[in-house]
Design a protein around this ligand. Structure first.
Ligand code: NAP
Ligand code: F7E
Length: 390
C-alpha cells in the first residue's frame, strides 16, 4: 500500500517571543516525577528516528498501544521502505491518525530541527543508523556520519529546543554491545569500551556525546547499551535472519546453499519486542542514566544454526558452506551482558526466551517460503528478495 506522509500543523507557538528565551531547570535536576501526559486530552508525543527499522517498528507499536502520538522520520527512497510499519499505518487524512511519518535524515540537521520544533515531542528516540557491522568496514566514513555525527546533530537540535522553549523532553540514544568489542564478558555499565569496527567506534562516540550533553547542559538523556536483539522483522543480512530465511527456502526447495562466516562468534541474543520496552522504561525514570540490556545468556552462531535447523527440520551440515567474505577484519568474539542494573532500577527483564525467539523466526520464515513456493507452483514468477550479501 503506498504510504503517504503528513506534516502536522504546529499546535502552538514555539517560542516565547515576549519573554525571550525561556531557561527552565530540567525537571530531573530536582528529582521530580514524570510530567507527561501533560493533560487528560493531549496524548504524549514520541519522535523516532529509524522508525522503519526492526526496533523502530516494535517501538512504534508499543508506544501506540500506550496511547502515544508517534512521529517517525523516513528517508526518501526510490522504493517503498515502510514494510515493517504498514500494519500500523493509516491514511493521514483519517481523523485521529496516531502514527505520522515525515521525511527526514540524520544527515540533515536543519530538517531535524524544524520537525522537533513543529512536533514538540515529549520523548525522542534516536534509533536511526547504518547498523550493519560488516558494511561499516566498507563504508566507515558514511557510518561515522550517520551513527556518530548523526546522533550529535539530533542531540544539538534537542539541546537548542530545550533552551529555546523551556520544554523538558527526554532523549534515548541507541547504544550497542558492539562498543564493548574485545572486552571480556560478562559486560556491564562499568566494562570499558574496546570497539572493533567503524560502526562500534561511531556508537562509542555517540554514547559519549550523549553523556557529555547530559552533564554539560543538564539534559534528560539516556544511553541504552543493548545487546543483540532479533525477531521475524530482523534485517535479512544479520546472521540470525539470514539463517532462518535460508532454512525456510531450503526446506521448500527454493535454494540449496547457505554461505556463512565465523560460526564460533558468541552473542547474547534477545527479542526486539522485549528490548523496546526497556528503551521506554529508561525515559520514565526520575533521572537519566545508562543501562545495559541483555538476557545474560550467550550462544554461538553454530548453536543458533543447530536450533534453527532442528526447528525447520533441515540438516544444515549438508547445505552450509563457509565463505571468507563474511569474516570481519576484526571480530567481536564473545558478548554476554549483565543487566542487573536494569533489572533492579527499571524492573526490566527479558520475557521471551532464546528458544521462543528462534522458533518464532523460523516459523515466520517457513511461512514466507511456503508463500513463495505456492506462487511458483501456481505458475507465477517470483523474484526472491535479498540478493545483497551481508
Ligand atoms: P535497522 O533495522 O538496521 O534500522 C535502522 C534504521 O535507521 C532504519 O529505519 C533506517 O532507515 C534508519 N536509517 C539509516 N540511515 C539513516 C539516516 N541517514 N537517517 C535516518 N534514519 C536512518 O536497525 P535496528 O536493529 O532496528 O536497530 C535500531 C538501532 O539500535 C540502531 O541504531 C542500531 O545501531 C542499534 N542497535 C541495534 C541492535 C540490534 O541487535 N538490533 C543492538 C544494539 C543497538 P531505512 O529503513 O531507510 O534504511
Ligand atoms: O553478526 C557472525 C558475525 O551481523 C553476528 C547489529 O544489530 O548487533 C548486530 O551486530 C555474528 C558476528 O550482528 C555471518 O561475524 C557469521 O560475529 O548478525 P550480525 P552483529 O555484528 O553482532 C549489534 C549489537 C549491533 O549493534 C548491530 O547494529 O555472526 N556471522 N556468519 C555472520 N554475520 C553476518 N551478518 N553474516 C554472516 O554470513
Amino acid at each position: 500500500m503506498p504510504a503517504q506522509f503528513l506534516l502536522p500543523a504546529p499546535r502552538r507557538q514555539l517560542y516565547n517571543d515576549e519573554a525571550g528565551v525561556v531557561l527552565n531547570k530540567p525537571q530531573h535536576a530536582s528529582g521530580g516525577k514524570r510530567l507527561i501526559p501533560t493533560s487528560k486530552t493531549a496524548p504524549p508525543k514520541a519522535f523516532i528516528s529509524g522508525i522503519t527499522g526492526q526496533d523502530g517498528s516494535y517501538l512504534a507499536e508499543f508506544l501506540l498501544a500506550k496511547g502515544y502520538e508517534v512521529h517517525g522520520i523516513i528517508r526518501r527512497a526510490s522504493t517503498f521502505n515502510t514494510d515493517r510499519l504498514d500494519h500500523i499505518y493509516s491514511d493521514p487524512h483519517e481523523p485521529e491518525t496516531a502514527l505520522q511519518l515525515h521525511y527526514g535524515d540524520l544527515a540533515n540537521a536543519s530538517s531535524l530541527g524544524r520537525l522537533i520544533n513543529q512536533i514538540q515531542p515529549d520523548e525522542i528516540y534516536n534509533l536511526g543508523a547504518q547498523s550493519h557491522v560488516r558494511v561499516s568496514f566498507d563504508q566507515a566514513e558514511y557510518t561515522a556520519d550517520i551513527v556518530a555525527t548523526g546522533a550529535l546533530r539530533l542531540l544539538e537540535v534537542f539541546r537548542d529546543h530545550v533552551r529555546e522553549t523551556g520544554r523538558q523532553p527526554r532523549f534515548y540514544q541507541a547504544g550497542s554491545s558492539e562498543m564493548f568489542g574485545a572486552s571480556r564478558p560478562p559486560q556491564n555499565e562499568t566494562t570499558p569500551f574496546y570497539p572493533r569496527s567503524p560502526y562500534a567506534v561511531s556508537k562509542a562516540a555517540a554514547h559519549w556525546y550523549a553523556v557529555n550533553q547530559r552533564e554539560a547542559h543538564n539534559l534528560f538523556i539516556c544511553n541504552g547499551i543493548l545487546f543483540n536483539h532479533e525477531s521475524p522483522r530482523r534485517g535479512e543480512t544479520f546472521v540470525t535472519r539470514k539463517i532462518t530465511r535460508a532454512l525456510g527456502r531450503i526446506k521448500f526447495g527454493l535454494q540449496d546453499k547457505l554461505y556463512l562466516g565465523n560460526l564460533d562468534a558468541r552473542r547474547d541474543w534477545g527479542h526486539a519486542a522485549d528490548y523496546v520496552r526497556a528503551m521506554w522504561l529508561m525515559l520514565q525514570q526520575d533521572s537519566p542514566d545508562d543501562y545495559v540490556i541483555a538476557t545474560g545468556e550467550s550462544h554461538s552462531v553454530r548453536e543458533f544454526l543447530d536450533l534453527a535447523a532442528s526447528v525447520a527440520g533441515v540438516n544444515w551440515r549438508s547445505c552450509v558452506d563457509i565463505d571468507p567474505r563474511y569474516f570481519r577484519p576484526t571480530e567481536v568474539d564473545f558478548l554476554q551482558g549483565d543487566s542487573s542494573k536494569a533489572r533492579q532500577i527499571l524492573g526490566w527483564r527479558a520475557e521471551i526466551s532464546f528458544e521462543e525467539m528462534v522458533r518464532a523466526m523460523v516459523e515466520s520464515d517457513l511461512e514466507l517460503a511456503r508463500q513463495e513456493r505456492t506462487l511458483l507452483e501456481a505458475g507465477h514468477q517470483v523474484n526472491p528478495r535479498g540478493r545483497v550479501h551481508g
